[in-house]
Design a binder for this molecule. Sequence first.
Ligand code: DGL
Length: 268
Amino acid sequence: MNATLPIGVFDSGVGGLTVLRALRQALPDESFLYLGDTARLPYGTKSPETIVRYARQAARVLVDRGIKLLVVACNTASAVALEDLRATFPQLGVVGVVEPGARAACAASRSGHIAVIGTESTVRGGAYTRAITGLRPDAVVVAQPSPLLVALAEEGWTEGPIATAIARAYLDPLLAGVDTLVLGCTHFPLLLVPIREAAGALVTVVDSAATTAATTAEMLAGCGMLHHTPPARPMRLMATDNRERFARVGSRFLGIELDPADVELIDL
Ligand code: DGL
C-alpha cells in the first residue's frame, strides 16, 4: 500500500458523485478512482444476494487497479454489503456511508426521534436503524423507502411543485415527533430544497457525504497514508454503461461539467 495510490469510490451509478464531491473538498491532495455501475443500476430494488455480488465485482475492479482505501458511496451497497466487502478484502480499509450518516444524525438530534429515507433495500435491511441505535440506544428510528426521489434527482426535477408534492407524500406520514431526517441515499442531497420545504423548519436534515469524507480523512491519517501534494490526475471516472448519460446526469451530482470522453467504459 502506498500513499500515492488513489482512493477508490464505488456506487451503483452517478449518485455516488455527491460523495465524491465531498471527498474532493475535504481531501484536495488526494486522487480518486470512481466506478459507477450504470449497467446494473438501480441497486435499491435488488435482493441482498445480488447487491453483495455486484458490490464484490465492483470492488474487485478497483482493487485490481490499485487503490489505498475503498469508499462505498452507495447507501444500498453500504447497508447490505459492507461486512462482506470487509471480509473479502481484509487487507483494505473500507468506509461505508451508513455509519457516518448515523453519527451525523445522532449528533444533530436532541430528542433521539430520527427518520431515515432511502431505497427499498436500504430501508428493508434496517442498517441505519441498527447503526443509530448502536450509537444511541434510546433512539426511536422510523424509515421510509422513497424510490421516486431517486428518479426525480436523475431527471433533474429537483425543485418545484412536483418535487415538493412527492417529498411531502413520503415525509408527511413519517415525521410526527421527529427532529432529524437522514438522507440515506446518494441522490437526495440534490433534493434538499423540496425536502426541507416538506420537512419544515423544526426538522434538521443531515446527509452522510461530509461525515464520510471526514471518516476517510481520519482513517488515512491514522495509518500515515494521506497524500500531501496536489496529484497530477485528481480524478478518473469509470462506468459500466452509457458514458454520455453518466457525464450528462453526473455533472449535476458532482457539480462540475463532465465530458463523456473522460469516462472510461468497463465491463465487470
Ligand atoms: N446509489 C443508491 C443509494 O444510495 C441509489 C440508486 C440505486 O438504487 O442504485 O442507495
